[in-house]
Design a protein around this ligand. Structure first.
Ligand code: HEC
Length: 93
């Protein structure tokens, strides 16, 4: 049995809430590190005719990150999709 003290509970809660808010910020860093803009310019994301909802956006991000050696986890892909959505797509989640 893991002993849960008030302090560990508090720490866990803090960590969790930080992660929830970090999404777009984390995504920005990942996006810049992965050099996505070597192929893209921001117009690709502003005038998209292909992406109609957030799920499709995540799928596109996933497809492209697999073609690079970014090696993102699903959370990373989600963060980058969140970042692109906030800065360009403005799709409802
Ligand atoms: C080697 C070139 C290349 C790189 C690097 C690349 N992409 Fe792409 N990306 C493409 C191409 C080509 C398409 C269009 C594919 C299609 O329309 O079927 C695309 C499409 C997309 C779309 C959908 C655009 C739309 O129509 O709305 C997103 C989002 C996207 N890429 C994100 C990324 C992200 C994030 C990265 C960085 C991990 C990345 N791409 C890196 C070539 C690239």
């Amino acid at each position: 049995m893991i002993k849960m003290t008030k302090a560990t509970l508090l720490a866990a809660t803090l960590l969790f809430s930080t992660a929830a808010f970090a999404g777009a910020e984390e995504g920005k860093e990942l996006f810049e590190e992965a050099k996505c803009m070597e192929c893209h310019n921001s117009e690709d994301f502003d005038n998209s005719k292909k992406v109609k909802n957030f799920h499709q956006l995540e799928g596109r991000v996933q497809g492209c990150q697999l073609n690079t050696d970014a090696g993102w986890f699903d959370e990373d892909t989600h963060d980058v999709a969140t970042y692109l959505n906030e800065t360009h797509y403005k799709l409802k989640k």
